[in-house]
Design a protein around this ligand. Structure first.
Ligand code: TRP
Length: 354
């Protein structure tokens, strides 16, 4: 049982261009969650310097993610959109969490192992502590639900471990300060200051694959730009990339089972389904038996219909950055007010004079 007030939080790093996989896998989910939840969406610029310290245009990248959020339909007035570094309480809580978490927890993260490789002694300390900052992002708002890709599941489990250890180690202090709530974790009753966050994984298109290889995820780091559709691609680029997308020589099947072993066909059908809010079965009921030469133009039309308005709105927003900057500033102030209340309480719990 989680008695904390439901609150959605998620973050996107301002590194590289957003593509269709980010849009269908994450941003569309963020948009949908706004209907029934309070949501905080953050451009995590402090995470962007963990793997690579110097970026040629971090400000532009940050604005571009914020513009993508807003152009896709996130409402920055009803909800909160801001950049992480504007709210220094994230870093402040991350320091506390650095002292809660154990080094071994961090070294076990598969993303850390992948990114550091044989070089684990040479990567930044920030890369190792990355999940601790991520836990702070979420818990400084005491957020309860976090929409993420499945690659972030392990980091969210770590956020739960940090919350759990903080709640238990400071249990007496939390009570003495008159803070916290009684919850159960598994079967154990715990007096908790921080909630146990729940990942929200999945959705209509959790995994959009490369247009050049249906077994690889669509990725901003793929050297071939033809492998992905970027949110900033214009109509010609979208159309060219879909026309050049890898396929096989067969017609589309009429049933979903017929997509087995046909990774590229499955990916294109999945993209069509997600963009049109249909199931793959619906799409195959319509296109089963047809060749890719007929299906691809339909997919181009659909993709352009959905993406061109977002693309135009992003361009409009990025044309005059004062509007985006004002939105981020306002979001940062509203987020900061919530975060400051948490940090005041955390200071009391720990015993920092204030
Ligand atoms: N690590 C996440 C990613 O790379 C980004 C992120 C940072 C995040 N802080 C977060 C996601 C907090 C969810 C909640 O995708």
């Amino acid at each position: 049982m989680n008695a904390f007030k439901p609150l959605v939080f998620s973050g996107v790093q301002p590194t590289g261009n957003l593509h269709l996989g980010n849009y269908l896998g994450a941003i569309r989910k963020f948009v949908a969650l706004q209907e029934d939840n309070d949501c905080i969406y953050c451009v995590v610029d402090m995470h962007a310097i963990t793997a690579q310290l110097v970026h040629s245009d971090l400000k532009a990248q940050t604005r571009s993610i914020a513009a993508a959020f807003i152009a896709s339909g996130i409402d920055p007035v009803k909800h909160i959109v801001f950049n992480q570094s504007a709210v220094p309480q994230h870093a402040e809580l991350a320091w506390v969490f650095n002292c809660v978490a154990r080094i071994g927890w961090m070294e076990r993260m598969t993303q850390f192992k992948d990114k550091s490789g044989k070089n684990a002694e040479q990567v930044s300390l920030g890369l190792l502590a990355y999940p601790s900052l991520m836990a702070a992002d979420i818990l400084v708002y005491r957020a309860t639900h976090v929409p993420v890709g499945d690659d972030q599941k392990q980091h969210l489990e770590l956020a739960r471990d940090i919350a759990q250890k903080f709640n238990i180690d400071f249990g007496d202090h939390i009570r003495k300060a008159g803070l916290g709530l009684d919850i159960t974790v598994g079967d154990e009753p715990v007096h908790a200051y921080f909630p146990m966050v729940e990942p929200l994984i999945g959705g209509p298109a959790p995994r959009v694959m490369s247009l050049k290889d249906g077994t690889k995820k669509m990725s901003k780091s793929d050297p071939s730009d033809l492998s992905r559709i970027n949110l900033m691609d214009d109509v010609d680029a979208i159309s060219k990339k879909i026309k050049k997308a890898k396929t096989d020589p067969d017609a589309l099947p009429s049933e979903v089972e017929g997509l087995k072993g046909r990774a590229e066909a499955e990916n294109l059908v999945g993209i069509y389904a997600a963009l049109s809010d249909k199931t793959k079965a619906d799409v195959l009921a319509e296109f089963g038996g047809q060749q890719f030469s007929a299906f691809k133009p339909a997919l181009v039309d659909l993709a352009v219909n959905v993406l061109a308005p977002i693309n135009n709105e992003m361009r409009r927003l990025l044309d005059d950055v004062s509007h985006i900057d004002a939105i981020l500033k306002d979001g940062g102030e509203r987020a900061g007010a919530i975060a400051q209340k948490t940090m005041d309480e955390v200071r009391d719990i720990i015993g920092f004079l204030r």
